[in-house]
Ligand binder design. Sequence first.
Ligand SMILES: Nc1ncnc2c1ncn2[C@@H]1O[C@H](COP(=O)(O)OP(=O)(O)OP(=O)(O)O)[C@@H](O)[C@H]1O
Ligand SMILES: [Mg+2]
Length: 248
Amino acid sequence: MIAVEGVVKRFGAQAVLNGVSLTVAPGEVVTILGSSGSGKSTLIRCINGLERLDGGRITVDGLDVANPRQLAQARRLSATVFQLFNLYPHMTVLRNVTLAPEVVLKRPGAEVEAEARALLASVGLADRADAYPAQLSGGQRQRVGICRALAMNPRYLLLDEVTSALDPEMTAEVLAILGRLVSAGTTMVFVTHEVEFARRISTRIVFLDHGRLIVDLPTDQFFADAGGMAHPRIKQFLSKMTPVGGQS
Ligand SMILES: Nc1ncnc2c1ncn2[C@@H]1O[C@H](COP(=O)(O)OP(=O)(O)OP(=O)(O)O)[C@@H](O)[C@H]1O
Ligand SMILES: [Mg+2]
């Protein structure tokens, strides 16, 4: 389980996360919604141990991310795909996917390569294994990013606006892959603006507003009643969202 307890993160005088608590149990898909600047990416970075906490605690399967030795172990349990495709530009698609399992997990090259090719095939990129990132479209790059995360066989997959830089067609491609991962039981923490998609795949929806987690509800309840809509901030947020074309 990922457990976020009373987390405070400040940048200068600004409390970007202000007492955030959240749990994600195996098998859950938890979507984090919230306006730009509400702290979503910061929360993901804190779970990864990329930011020093100013208060509270985060554990991944009991491992405290504030403790460097435990963080190293925790990082093997979760993998993150970011908004911008952080692929290594000087490495082929295949190498981008095989690097961490070989170097970090020290697994045998042949085995890792076979798995990487299967992953790439599963996202329709079997024939792009030897291409370089610059030769791919944005949607293809993001699919490679997802393969790279999955190659670590993570228990938790963290996704930070993986479709926000993509056009609608590429967004649909990437969402289709995420939908399949959810069907396969992958545990996810999903930061997105694709509200309709989130509604279909999430176990729970949480809403961040100015660094505070103001709502944490099962998906149906979030959209159905009180939960979401009674909150003026959430109502305002949802009213600005456009449904995903052809997805619902
Ligand atoms: N390294 C940093 N130094 C200073 N301020 C930062 C830093 N990183 C984030 N912030 C500030 O923290 C706040 C939350 O940023 P964050 O990136 O978490 O928002 P977000 O919810 O992910 O927004 P978006 O939807 O635009 O991605 C913003 O006001 C941002 O300017
Ligand atoms: Mg962000």
